[in-house]
Design a protein around this ligand. Structure first.
Ligand code: ADP
Ligand code: ZN
Ligand code: ZN
Length: 739
């Protein structure tokens, strides 16, 4: 008799187990055994239908066969995920204590999760119609962009949308020509056989001696992690480009992860300008269809280079040859909810399994990465000089204790700004708070505008006028009178970017001021437009938040003014000082990146604080050494392994009860493990947020293994506990934010 056939399936539900189903009714049983793991399948789940991932075809279930339901049907006959990615997801789900179904959900493009088949359509390309071809030279002279596109098509018969972007021809122009019957859309016939006769569009730059030395060390034949530790503007990107070229020459593909791609269109353009091969950019501007297309192109081996943010780590490839992570210290590589993975750490796992090199680049490497390099787990490559003729900026610490400030600006800063503008250069003013002012205060009774739902103050916004909680998004009208004493003496306290913009307008009338923060860049392409203004090179003042710190190249910015250097100094999160150092240096690094020398003014109330002193006089690496020593003394990462069990509820008692239970269980599960220690339940840094009370249990371990073992068992216990039903809870392995 034929053994029964059962399907083991991972489903996108928050339960740490897989599910067994009977084969779909009518499905030919002899075909079942050829169905591969990684194939998508639709199943009934309670009253819903879900799409899951087939893990195995088997004959024994730990559930009662009578209780099993038949699956509804396979979405496709081929797996969407190959073994390599499936195994990576399994590893990640284990390590981060996440249900496999949720990890797989992160790895798959939205449309696949919704049941769209994973088939590659030809990419649309623009070609000339017969009429278009017959057009005399110089036609359409009055429509300059249209004429440009026609000329481009005469040179290259097929242009993709990416080509148009590169030529800076808006898609609407192509549409105009289509309406005129001169251009039509065809499907590009894709062939992976084409061995990309030509890899490069432009020649690589000759490397400086220092770049050359670093580059020569990189071994492309196997797995190793390379920390490319180079000052801002030292030419790391050029090394990435040449490393990728090496891989392409071997017929392989490359994956580049960047923090926030929408913010740095320049980075993508730089890759597209260099390489003649298809580059897929997985950025937030893509719709689901385009995203799926890029994913499929990478899987088919057509896209030779993929550039994307965190989740692009899960892109499938034909033959991946290298992974590069730019700005590896950036917090955005760790997902902060749901499946809480670190794309940087998982990249090392993926590279190891594929036996390919991993390059981690940064001017301010994370302490974890520096520690790994010190321990010899990765190879440390250093670039000290700036590339080309650029020189490192000079950092000046400005003591503002007792100074009269003009809405946050010291007189010396104002003078420096005037001088810079007078010389025809640009200024960047950094301040990490959006809105007009961090809060509103009553001058008569001291009332403060608190959020009703969080332990936080409401930020004052002027355009449009309202109070806004940046933690739970709650908004309300600006009161005219104090709700407590009815006084009309309400005043905004402190500085936000909106306020600085207004102050700068008053101080420098007629001067162009460009504000860059989440509010000013909310609309699609807004960031790009603002950056275009900056890149005209006209004198201007840029004022903005950390959005300005990330990866931008502002050739004409010669002065950076940091309004408040002290923000991270007294943070209760142990990573506060590290983050502060990284942010300040990244912002400072925007000055003087081209021929013009740069200068940085750091306004501070704590100029003699040892961390500030170390950073300014001895640089980031000295600061990192100092913080590492502290971490070692206080038994914190990277010397210890950390995990948090978090719980939140509208009722604080429920959250603390749950975590008390978690700690008891943990102590029962690993009674004799001296490596492990516990702290909590403690309130989170922000105890109340979005109307929920938040608590956490910290688990600290001297070694990785006992922690992992404990967490796996603990997660099962917690999931089964009735206390869990009353709270939202999660486990965060290697947490980046303690809040
Ligand atoms: P990073 O990535 O370290 O910030 P980039 O690679 O962006 O640095 O280099 C900064 C600037 O220096 C860029 O404009 C780049 O074109 C230029 N550059 C980099 N390497 C060289 C080189 N070998 N010769 C000349 N210019 C270079
Ligand atoms: Zn009052
Ligand atoms: Zn709030």
């Amino acid at each position: 008799m034929l053994e029964p056939r059962l399907l083991e399936i991972a489903l996108p539900v928050p339960l740490r187990r897989n599910f067994d189903y009977l084969p779909p009714i009518d499905f030919p049983l002899d075909a079942l055994d050829s169905m591969q793991a990684g194939t998508l399948i639709k199943v009934p789940f309670g009253h819903q239908e879900l799409i899951g991932v087939l893990l195995a075809v088997k004959s024994v279930s730990s559930y009662q066969p009578a209780k099993l339901r038949p699956a509804l049907g396979f979405i496709d006959h081929h797996p969407v995920l190959d073994t390599e990615l499936l195994e990576l997801c399994r590893w990640a789900a284990d390590y981060y204590q996440s249900p496999l179904g949720e990890a797989l959900q992160t790895a798959l493009p939205v449309l696949l999760r919704q049941g769209e088949p994973a088939r590659l359509k030809g990419e649309p390309v623009f070609v000339l119609t017969t009429e278009g071809k017959g057009l005399p030279e110089g036609a359409l002279k009055r429509a300059r962009k249209q004429a440009e596109l026609l000329a481009a098509l005469q040179k290259t018969p097929q242009l993709t949308r990416a080509d148009l972007d590169l030529l800076e021809i808006p898609r609407a122009i192509a549409k105009n020509l289509i309406d005129k019957g001169l251009v039509r859309i065809e499907e590009l016939v894709i062939s992976t056989q084409n061995p990309a006769l030509q890899l490069l569009r432009e020649p690589p730059l000759p490397l400086s001696d220092e770049q050359q030395q670093a580059f020569e060390q990189i071994d492309f034949t196997g797995f190793k992690t390379w920390l490319l530790d180079g000052a801002t503007g030292s030419g790391k990107t050029e090394i990435y480009l040449q490393a990728i070229e090496q891989c392409l020459q071997q017929g392989k593909q490359a994956l580049v992860l960047v923090p926030e791609i929408g913010l740095t269109p320049q980075t993508i353009q730089r890759f597209q300008r260099r390489f003649a091969v298809p580059v897929a950019a997985l950025h937030s501007g893509l719709n689901d269809k385009e995203r799926l297309e890029a994913w499929l192109q990478a899987r088919a081996g057509i896209a030779r280079i993929v550039i994307g943010t965190r989740s692009a780590l899960f892109t499938p490839f034909q033959s991946l040859g290298i992974i590069i992570i730019d700005e590896e210290h950036d917090g955005s590589f760790k997902q902060q909810d749901g499946f809480r993975y670190s794309a940087r750490d998982l990249a090392a796992v993926r590279a190891h399994r594929l036996n390919i090199p991993l390059i981690l680049g940064s001017a301010t490497p994370s302490l974890e990465t520096l520690h790994n390099a010190l321990q010899g787990r990765s190879q440390h490559l250093q670039l000290k000089a700036r590339a080309g003729s650029a020189r490192p900026p000079e950092i000046q610490l400005l003591d503002i204790r007792g100074e009269i400030l003009h809405d946050g600006f010291a007189q010396a800063s104002i003078d420096a700004i005037s001088e810079t503008l007078a010389r025809g250069n640009q200024v960047l003013v950094f301040l990490n708070r959006r809105g007009y002012a961090p809060t509103l205060e009553c001058h008569d009774c001291g009332w403060l505008a608190n959020c009703h739902f969080c332990d936080a103050r409401m930020t004052v916004h002027q355009t449009p006028r309202h109070l806004h909680c940046h933690h739970c998004d709650h908004q309300r009208a600006l009161p005219r009178r104090c709700p407590h004493c009815n006084s009309s003496h309400l005043q905004p306290i402190g500085q936000g970017t909106e306020r600085s913009e207004i102050v700068l307008q008053q101080l420098f009338p007629g001067q162009k001021i460009i504000r860059v923060d989440r509010d000013s860049t909310r609309n699609k392409n807004a960031m790009q437009k603002l950056l275009e203004d900056v890149h005209t090179g006209e004198p201007c003042i840029l004022v903005g938040t950390q959005m300005l710190a990330k990866g931008h190249h502002f050739a004409d910015v010669t002065l950076v003014v940091i309004i408040d250097a002290d923000a991270g100094l007294f943070s209760t999160d142990f990573r506060g000082p590290e983050r502060m150092g990284q942010l300040l240096l990244q912002v400072a690094g925007r000055a003087g990146r081209a021929e013009k020398p740069g200068r940085v003014i750091l306004q501070s109330h704590h100029t003699d604080h040892p961390l500030v002193q170390t950073l300014v006089t001895r640089g980031y690496h000295a600061l990192a050494d100092l913080i590492l020593q502290e971490r070692q003394l206080t038994a914190l990462p990277p010397y210890r392994q950390l995990a948090l069990v978090r719980a939140e509820s509208k009722f604080p008692q429920k959250a603390t009860d749950f975590l008390t239970y978690a700690r008891q269980q943990a102590e029962i599960l690993s009674p004799a493990t001296p490596a492990l220690s516990y702290l909590g339940p403690l309130p989170a840094l922000m105890e109340k947020r979005g109307d929920r009370f938040r608590y956490q249990l910290q688990i600290n371990s001297a070694q990785r293994k006992p922690l992992q073992q404990l967490l796996t068992e603990l997660a099962m216990k917690l999931e089964a506990s009735p206390l869990a039903k009353a709270v939202r809870w999660s486990i965060d392995v290697d947490p980046q934010e303690m809040g």
